[in-house]
Design a protein around this ligand. Structure first.
Ligand code: MG
Length: 381
């Protein structure tokens, strides 16, 4: 498979409303789309979003790395996806997000050529026993704003079938967050409810949070403390916490996850393609979690389009179970780049939504062009 043409689209898509996290306020999705055309005339699409506090990427750095990878990919004859990562690593050190973008576009082409949906290819190649068809993946809905707004959103989306929730904490005082968490847990009793501090708590506050009665109904607490802290702190938090501990910013790939599993520092992990360098490594991480009976959470960065959502969901359908839900972030965009964006059905994503060969969604080029970030232009090869 040879690449004959490539286009890179740096995009900025406004969110329906700003999303406040402990260390940043997100108002738009800064994301990069890549369209590759192969020697048979097929088009394959990839996506990766910026995440300054998670991967260190800005729009400029991400576009720069994708450009460099693409320029060096045009002369390559691409074969087995299992070998893609080695080829990327021979071109460019690190830069997982850019690699995940290129891998996604190549996998889209590869699975279109094989006439198979990406999720089915991943399941088949990885030796996952198929009890088909895969169950719908529960979508995790984020709550934010004033407590009144969080409660009214929770009520609204619960009536639409949602049963998995994420409460962002860490930007208010610990006592205010504990109060919010208690009120929301009482209102959503019986659902899968999580908090995410995006590294904002000290170990002392994290321990106090987890041991508080107000947090006792949580299904899990994600990345309460900074990855900069010592491994012993993570072990202590996990061992002292009555509620399960999830990690996100601490897990960038298989090697890190393996170390954390080895010391028993987590009950589950959040996987994002921009961290692992693509879906193939993310699948290995998911299999490691399953092997150790740890919970899987899938996530897109806030925010990515239906394209990244489809590739991430393919990993979930391949695994067959996503216990801690999938944060599909295109649901927060003012508009998506596909004519029929991926949407929740009774709070879930169904495998039938990714029935076609390849990744399963195709961007509308006119919508993509309308979303090009101010000060940027399409880059063509
Ligand atoms: Mg997180």
């Amino acid at each position: 498979m040879k690449i004959t043409r490539a286009e890179i689209y740096p995009l900025s898509i406004p969110l329906m409303e700003p999303i406040k996290m402990a260390r940043e306020m997100v108002v738009d999705a800064k994301t990069v789309l890549l369209c590759l055309t192969d020697d048979k005339g097929r088009q394959g699409w990839g996506e990766a979003s910026v995440a300054p506090l998670m991967t260190g990427e800005s729009l400029d750095s991400l576009v720069g790395s994708i450009k460099y990878l693409v320029e060096n990919s045009l002369s390559i004859d691409w074969h087995e996806p299992a070998g893609f990562a080695d080829i990327f690593n021979r071109i460019l050190y690190a830069n997982a997000s850019a690699k995940s973008c290129l891998e996604m576009a190549l996998l889209d082409l590869y699975t279109q050529e094989a006439n198979v949906p990406l999720w089915r290819y991943l399941r088949g190649e990885s030796g996952i026993v198929a009890d088909s068809p895969p169950a719908p993946i529960p979508l995790l809905r984020m709550l934010g704003g004033s407590l009144e707004k969080e409660l009214s959103d929770a009520k609204l989306f619960r009536t639409l079938g949602f049963g998995h929730w994420k409460i962002k904490i860490g930007s208010l005082s610990l006592d205010e967050d504990l109060h919010r968490v208690k009120v929301l847990c009482d209102a959503l009793e019986g659902d899968v409810i999580s908090v995410d501090a995006n590294c904002a708590l000290t170990l002392t506050d994290a321990l106090r949070f987890c041991q508080s009665e107000s947090a006792s109904k949580l299904t899990f607490a994600e990345q309460l403390i900074s990855p900069e802290l010592a491994m012993a702190d993570f072990v202590r938090l996990k061992q002292s916490s009555p509620i399960p501990i999830g990690l996100d910013e601490s897990v960038h790939g298989f090697a890190e996850l393996e170390q954390l599993v080895e010391v028993d520092a987590l009950n589950g992990a959040s996987l994002k393609l921009i961290k692992t360098g693509g879906v193939i490594e993310a699948l290995e991480c998911a299999k490691l979690l399953e092997k150790h009976k740890l919970a899987l959470n899938l996530a897109c960065k806030i925010a990515e389009t239906s394209l990244s959502a489809a590739a991430t969901a393919s990993l979930g359908f391949a695994m067959g179970k996503v216990a801690w839900g999938f944060s599909m972030s295109n649901q927060y965009l003012k508009f998506d780049i596909c004519d029929t964006p991926l949407t929740a059905k009774q709070g879930c994503l169904e495998v039938g939504q990714l029935a076609s060969s390849g990744i399963g969604v195709t961007p509308n080029i006119n919508r993509v062009k309308e979303a090009i970030a101010k000060g940027y232009a399409v880059i063509q090869y």
